[in-house]
Design a protein. Structure first.
Length: 433
């Protein structure tokens, strides 16, 4: 059963909870981690490198992925079940980090936040738009420190891009085009076979809240889950949260008004390739009109030639954004220094001198009561919502979906509304989701 804290337990420990809402009483942040391999390790390691952090425990379903953890953090206790870890270690924790596949982000984060624990959440914040709203509301209700792991947000390159747009360097923004060359999709059906589950791997716990299915080697674990509808969020969730972040921050965007997919639909198991998504957002103080179009491209898809021509002789990088303003254009590579165009117009322009901040340590300092995070769930929630509307829209090609964020529904598509929320499998429900 998933771990649930009841009201009696919460009320019996007001002193403990009150301190978690401000700063750890010991002056040391005791960290628990969900996941130990790949990005999960980089996440926990990025936080544990702070001199005031102690990694107390880690939950990992594949013991074959523990070598790096054991070598660097031999004293950290390891649990095969994240629910068991929370149940046993809750008095010993001041914060947690989540670095698992997308479908488990929300269950783990919600369970931790209901205990009053601050959360560092890898991107995307959740697997469904409903989960995003619930996590945002819970973090706000409990006044918890949160941070989404879009660490490029804190680099001088992305900070400079945001400042340039907000200061009107290229005028009012007319439109933005963003793209990623990654291909987290699959047009082929899955193999019709069942493979032996490795002895080191708990397949049932890896599936978690998703519906059961046979294990197929290399199709899900350890990386190809990003391609699968029930576990990942395609290239959007992997790179959209990064690349659309400075677009969101610079323009001060909220939820989009509509979203439309021009590419192929996913098949029964996997997301499609080469997506082209048209968003329309409400305009802001830095946009030219009352609405502003943002277009996303991934895989082999790219902006049309007339848009690419605005970059002059420069070839578009594999990932990035092109901001089109009334007084010029800004090309922002991922990750690179923003370039103002045409170059002769901005040849004497002095770029902002901003410093990169350690995104992980910013979270730790905020947990200790020193400052605030810059990608809290209040910021990351609307960003992730917009990102997740992309893969959802691919299910309905050539259809403009009118989105009402406040009501969590599409006004013109009952069919699309079925995909706003994911049904968890029996025995894995999490209170609050």
């Amino acid at each position: 059963m998933p771990f649930l804290i009841d009201r009696r337990t919460f009320l019996a420990a007001p002193f403990f909870v009150r301190h978690l809402l401000s700063a750890p009483p010991s002056g040391q942040v005791r960290l628990g981690a969900f996941g130990a391999g790949n990005m999960a390790f980089f996440t926990l390691d990025g936080l544990a490198r702070h001199p005031k952090v102690k990694l107390v425990c880690v939950a990992e379903v594949d013991s074959a992925r523990l070598d790096q953890l054991k070598a660097k953090y031999p004293d950290a206790r390891v649990y095969p079940d994240w629910r068991q870890m929370l149940d046993k270690e809750k008095p010993n924790l001041d914060a947690v980090c989540v670095g698992t596949p997308d479908h488990m982000h929300a269950p783990m984060a919600m369970s931790a936040m209901r205990l009053g624990l601050p959360v560092y959440q890898q991107k995307p914040m959740a697997h469904s738009i409903h989960e995003v709203h619930m996590l945002t509301a819970m973090a706000r209700k409990k006044n918890l420190v949160t941070q989404m792991g879009i660490q490029i947000h804190s680099t001088r390159e992305y900070k400079s891009a945001v400042q340039l747009i907000q200061s009107g360097t290229i005028g009012k923004i007319k439109e933005v085009h963003s793209w990623s060359e990654k291909k987290w999709g699959d047009s082929d059906p899955l193999p019709q076979r069942t493979d032996p589950v490795p002895a080191t791997f708990n397949w049932d716990h890896w599936i978690g809240v998703a519906q059961p299915r046979p294990f197929i080697a290399d199709v899900y674990h350890p990386v190809n889950w990003r391609k699968r509808i029930d576990f990942g969020t395609a290239t959007f969730g992997d790179m959209g949260c990064h690349i659309l972040d400075p677009v969101f921050g610079a323009l001060g965007l909220a939820a989009p008004l509509s979203v439309r997919s021009e590419g192929a639909a996913p098949n029964a198991q996997s997301w499609a390739l080469d997506s082209v998504i048209h968003y329309v957002f409400p305009g802001t103080s830095v946009t030219e009109a009352k609405t502003v179009p943002i277009t996303w491209y991934d895989g082999d898809a790219r902006p049309p030639q007339e848009i690419q021509a605005l970059a002059g002789s420069r070839k578009l990088p594999g990932q990035g954004s092109l901001f089109i303003g009334t007084k010029g254009v800004m090309l922002l590579p991922h990750i690179g220094v923003p370039l103002l165009l045409p170059e002769d117009r901005f040849k004497d322009f002095e770029m902002p001198r901003l410093e990169t901040v350690n995104h992980y340590h910013q979270f730790v300092e905020a947990v200790m009561g020193n400052g605030k995070t810059t990608t809290s769930f209040d910021y990351s929630g609307p960003l992730t919502e917009a990102v997740l509307l992309g893969p959802l829209a691919t299910r309905f090609p050539k259809t403009t979906l009118q989105w009402n964020s406040a009501k969590l529904k599409f006004s013109n598509s009952p069919e699309a509304n079925h995909h706003v929320r994911t049904k968890y499998r029996d025995g894995w429900q999490v209170k609050g989701l």
